[in-house]
Design a protein around this ligand. Structure first.
Ligand SMILES: *[C@@H]1O[C@H](CO)[C@@H](O)[C@H](O)[C@H]1NC(C)=O
Ligand SMILES: *[C@@H]1O[C@H](CO)[C@@H](O)[C@H](O)[C@H]1NC(C)=O
Ligand SMILES: *[C@@H]1O[C@H](CO)[C@@H](O)[C@H](O)[C@H]1NC(C)=O
Ligand SMILES: *[C@@H]1O[C@H](CO)[C@@H](O)[C@H](O)[C@H]1NC(C)=O
Ligand SMILES: *[C@@H]1O[C@H](CO)[C@@H](O)[C@H](O)[C@H]1NC(C)=O
Ligand SMILES: *[C@@H]1O[C@H](CO)[C@@H](O)[C@H](O)[C@H]1NC(C)=O
Ligand SMILES: *[C@@H]1O[C@H](CO)[C@@H](O)[C@H](O)[C@H]1NC(C)=O
Ligand SMILES: *[C@@H]1O[C@H](CO)[C@@H](O)[C@H](O)[C@H]1NC(C)=O
Ligand SMILES: *[C@@H]1O[C@H](CO)[C@@H](O)[C@H](O)[C@H]1NC(C)=O
Length: 884
């Protein structure tokens, strides 16, 4: 692929690396910095100096800014700030913050409690405004006729470039603007919002068409995820009557359309606007399914057009719905395509095999021997690649984490992190996510602050690293009793390292509530099965509980509501409370849920029906309310209840859901609860029985099988036996993700044999699709699977193999199981193995690299020069293969 492009990037990165390294040193200011500091203290015009040193400004250090004069004249100050503003993005975090503190220090704080930030200072600060603590911004926004408003009226330049704006800051600005009666629902004001638009607090009903269109236009400039803005914006749109050009005009906003809206789109509108939809990346899996269903896109393109044509026309989001079989027919698959698509592993295998014809297995990419052999003089590029590489592709237990870290330590010549400079910390980028307890322990407090930006993006910390990081954070930010919401805002998901009783010690306030809300809104649970070893989603349980508690307490403090007779003594939750709580509604008690009014329930069932954290007793309370709100529920009503339906008894199913249609089943089938416990499974069986009364198993099409989701796990082996093998094979990759009980998996496996032949003949690609069904193979069937194919069993499947069967795998089979499958092996499965087999299994934990002792010849050195590229590509590809 673009090797030359990477080399260009290589030299550019090395150049900037050298630039940044040059400013690192024991002294506070380097030579040119010292000269700058001197000039700032004097009165002569600074312009000639600035023009002679433009290229050096990006390396301005924090330590030197701290020495800047308190008596700088206004003209010079404005000139310097104008130049610094241009390089804001490349300054390091410490320097940015220091510049803000310097400006703050130049301005005496008014004794009357108002902000020192006047319109003039706001203009001077420009992008450095975002370095202000949230509390200072609030002081500014809370003022009577805040300078914020006059500034907003006078300029729209600033807001356009606030790329690093965070939700809590945006919220403060919006509150300030509202306070001085600037109506941000007006198109003329929306036009001025710039990056503020990306965090727009939409109340869609209040927006006129012109305002909405203006906002949609601005949202195109956002770098972050604006899907939830889109969702709110498109909520009230009647898309049913949309033609293709109207749908096309929605652009990225289409990713905000709800399931019902997508399902109501006309086939012509979707097909006609594919070229626009093809640029949208934000669709979720369920949205894709709804879209496919609405448009019959799968039918039209995947049945009638060639794979190549489909690839060139279909949106990337929909291409990933292509079956591996179809993909295999495609003649040309560019490597460019390879990097773009959110392929699942089976698809990635096909694409990789096509793009790299000499590639046999993903294991080929798993050696870092070459990287270790790269001479350190050539390693800056590798560091820059790793700094950007997605660390999540390496399992937490992978030995390669240590190898990469050791390599980088050698390359950057540090054997202990207490020697790191702030610049080096920034240089490390994602490598910080691979730090172990020893590296974290030795970081200086100021380097931790420098690293926090990066660390909060690492995802999850566990065990010793978590303990070290907690200690280091307390060292740096003080005991949590002293934290303000500003501290929490700075830590973001790192605050989740502290448990609920700790977080509850923070003083509860509206500000803390808003801060937690914005943190939680940015954490997305992964879809589907993710083995613990590669699950990097931060565990925000403690933040969620604290948030729920604060919301409920604040709410009930101010509300004096009428109490229904049967619910005396209970403060009844309202629609607004539930909207605010969102998925934290799980913090409501059984009594509170049971006392919801019919109207509140109907208005919030969308939220309540989709909360996976509700235990059965709360679901049961909600079911009781549901049956009051809908005394004779229709299929649509049931579909709307979603997960609440798992609380129905089998008898209630017969009373209220006697004639289910496939759409209602599709809405409730995605919950794994259906196959989790005996009572719920009995309810599921009743639902399936009622459905099959009018739709026999043998009439079900692949899309029906797909829609059934976990309800398919409630089929009897006989009912599964009657399903058409051809229809099964078209839905195989979705069915292969279900974790059904073993008897059902066995029946489904027999269907797979009918469709694809004997297990010994399954191709690696088919094995990816067959997925969990593989877990139902007998010992005899497993013995016929060649060892080379073992790493293609999916991790979900591995986790489901009964220990009694698992222990019969051969030593070679275990040895070839693969790193990610090792992560999925349960402790019972491990315990079933004898010592030899246990050792064979452990070989998957990552090859240990033997250091190369032979001196590098020039030939091998030049070979090694190319290996960073190989490593970078390997990293990217392994990521693709692992990420789904
Ligand atoms: C500027 O003033 C602050 C306090 O007002 C003081 O801490 C700092 O040392 C002063 N800086 C210089 C360079 O004099
Ligand atoms: C607060 O004091 C500053 C000067 O110190 C003055 O400009 C401002 O008008 C005062 N604000 C109020 C609300 O009194
Ligand atoms: C800003 O402009 C609006 C009109 O859009 C005006 O009503 C308001 O008074 C102005 N505010 C300030 C502080 O200039
Ligand atoms: C789509 O509908 C809009 C509004 O009804 C109309 O102005 C436009 O001409 C239609 N476009 C097409 C291609 O039918
Ligand atoms: C690798 O290092 C050698 C000498 O140390 C140097 O001559 C060569 O240009 C470097 N190669 C790259 C790609 O940086
Ligand atoms: C780190 O390197 C220094 C010299 O560069 C050496 O004296 C020291 O022992 C090393 N420390 C460790 C832990 O390897
Ligand atoms: C929270 O963490 C602290 C400190 O590790 C510990 O003492 C306390 O028991 C924990 N509380 C809970 C409820 O887990
Ligand atoms: C809910 O509606 C039902 C009738 O559909 C009614 O009997 C019941 O009293 C209502 N419950 C509440 C709390 O309003
Ligand atoms: C199920 O049967 C009903 C009644 O015969 C029919 O209208 C419906 O289309 C069938 N649904 C499926 C998914 O086959």
């Amino acid at each position: 692929m673009g090797q030359s492009a990477l080399f260009v990037l290589n030299s550019a990165l090395m150049f900037s690396f050298c630039l940044m390294m040059s400013s690192a040193g024991p002294k506070k200011c380097t030579e040119w910095e010292a000269e700058l500091a001197t000039k700032l203290a004097a009165s002569a015009d600074i312009t000639p100096f600035l023009s002679a040193n433009t290229d050096k400004l990006p390396s301005l250090s924090e330590s030197c800014v701290k020495t800047f004069s308190n008596t700088t004249n206004k003209a010079n100050l404005m000139k310097l700030m104008a130049e610094l503003d241009k390089v804001y993005d490349i300054l390091d975090a410490g320097s940015r913050h220091a510049v803000f503190l310097w400006i703050e220090q130049l301005n005496p704080k008014p004794a009357n409690g108002s902000s020192w930030m006047t319109v003039e200072q706001l203009a001077l600060l420009d992008r450095f405004l975002l370095q202000a603590p949230l509390s200072s911004l609030k002081t500014l926004a809370d003022m009577e006729s805040s300078p914020l408003c006059a500034f907003f009226n006078s300029s729209n330049e600033l807001w356009r470039s606030l790329y690093d704006l965070n939700p809590a800051q945006a919220n403060v600005f919006f509150t300030g603007l509202k306070k001085c009666s600037i109506d941000v629902a007006k198109a003329a004001n929306i036009a001025k919002l710039g990056q503020l638009a990306c965090l727009y607090p939409v109340d869609a009903n209040l927006l006129e068409d012109s305002s909405r269109n203006k906002l949609l236009e601005l949202l195109k400039n956002c770098k972050g995820d604006v899907k939830n803005v889109y969702q709110k914006l498109t909520k009230s749109m009647n898309v049913m009557s949309f033609n293709s050009s109207q749908l096309g005009e929605l652009g990225d906003a289409a990713a905000g359309l709800g399931m019902k809206q997508l399902a109501s789109l006309s086939k012509e509108a979707v097909v006609g606007s594919l070229s626009t939809l093809s640029k949208i990346e934000g669709f979720s899996k369920s949205q894709k399914e709804a879209l496919l269903k609405a448009a019959g896109v799968a039918d039209i393109f995947l049945k009638t057009k060639s794979a190549d044509e489909a690839l060139s026309i279909l949106p990337p989001a929909l291409i990933t719905e292509m079956t591996t079989k179809k993909l295999q027919e495609a003649s040309a698959l560019s490597t460019e395509l390879l990097g773009k698509m959110p392929w699942n592993k089976g698809q990635a295998l096909v694409v990789m095999a096509k793009a790299f014809s000499n590639l046999k297995t993903t294991e080929d990419f798993k050696s870092f021997k070459d990287v270790e052999a790269v001479p350190t003089t050539n390693c800056t590029f590798v560091v820059s690649v790793f700094a950007k590489a997605e660390h999540r592709l390496l399992g937490k237990s992978s030995k390669r984490r240590e190898e990469v870290l050791n390599y980088i330590k050698t390359c950057m010549s540090f054997n202990s992190t207490d020697k790191l400079t702030a610049n080096q910390v920034n240089q490390l980028g994602n490598v910080l996510c691979m730090f172990g307890p020893a590296e974290i322990d030795k970081l200086s407090n100021s380097n931790l602050k420098e690293a926090v930006d990066q660390l909060r993006g690492c995802g999850k910390f566990e065990g010793d690293v978590k303990a070290s990081l907690r200690t280091k954070i307390i060292d740096t930010y003080g005991a949590f009793e002293t934290w303000t919401f500003d501290t929490v805002n700075e830590l973001q998901t790192l605050a989740s390292l502290f448990n609920e009783s700790e977080i509850n010690k923070l003083s509860a306030s509206v500000d803390l509530k808003e801060t937690l809300k914005s943190i939680l809104s940015h954490v997305k649970e992964p879809e589907g099965f993710v083995p613990a070893d590669v699950n990097f989603t931060p565990d925000v349980t403690s933040l969620k509980s604290s948030f729920g508690k604060i919301v409920i307490n604040l709410f009930f403090k101010v509300s004096r509501r009428k109490r229904a007779l049967t619910c005396s003594g209970i403060t009844i939750p309202t629609k607004d409370l539930i909207l605010e709580l969102g998925s934290s509604s799980s913090a409501l008690t059984v009594d509170q849920l049971g006392c919801l009014s019919n109207d509140t329930f109907k208005e919030t069932v969308d939220i309540l029906g989709d909360i996976t954290a509700f235990p059965m007793e709360k679901l049961t309370a909600l079911k009781t309310v549901a049956l009051m709100a809908y005394p004779t529920p229709t299929n649509n009503d049931i579909a709307g209840l979603k997960r609440i339906t798992v609380a129905f008894t089998a008898a209630e199913i017969n009373t209220y859901f006697a004639t289910p249609n496939i759409d209602a089943l599709a809405a409730i089938g995605k919950y794994q609860d259906w196959s989790s416990d005996a009572t719920v499974a009995a309810t599921a069986k009743q639902i399936v029985e009622n459905f099959l009364k009018s739709n026999a198993s043998n009439t079900l099409l692949s899309k029906d099988l797909l829609a059934l989701g976990y309800l398919l796990c409630a089929f009897t082996p006989e009912q599964i036996a009657a399903v058409s093998a051809a229809e099964y094979s078209s839905a195989a990759s979705n069915i292969g993700k279900l974790k059904c009980s073993l008897p059902v998996l066995t029946a489904l496996k027999n269907k797979a044999v009918e469709a694809f032949g004997a297990p010994s003949a399954w191709t690696t690609v088919q094995m990816q699709d067959i997925g969990t069904l593989t877990a139902a193979l007998t010992s005899a069937e497993f013995s016929a699977i060649s060892k080379e194919k073992m790493s293609y069993i999916t991790p979900e499947a591995v986790s489901l193999i009964p220990p009694a069967v698992f222990q019969t795998l051969t030593i070679d089979q275990l040895r070839f199981l693969g790193t990610e499958n090792l992560a999925a092996v349960s402790s019972q499965q491990k315990a079933s193995l004898d010592t030899t087999k246990a050792l064979a299994l452990n070989e998957n934990s990552g090859a240990t690299v033997t250091p190369t002792s032979a001196p590098l010849t020039s030939a091998s050195a030049s070979l090694a020069c190319e290996s960073p590229l190989a490593a970078a590509i390997a990293l990217a590809l392994t990521l693709l293969a692992l990420s789904h």
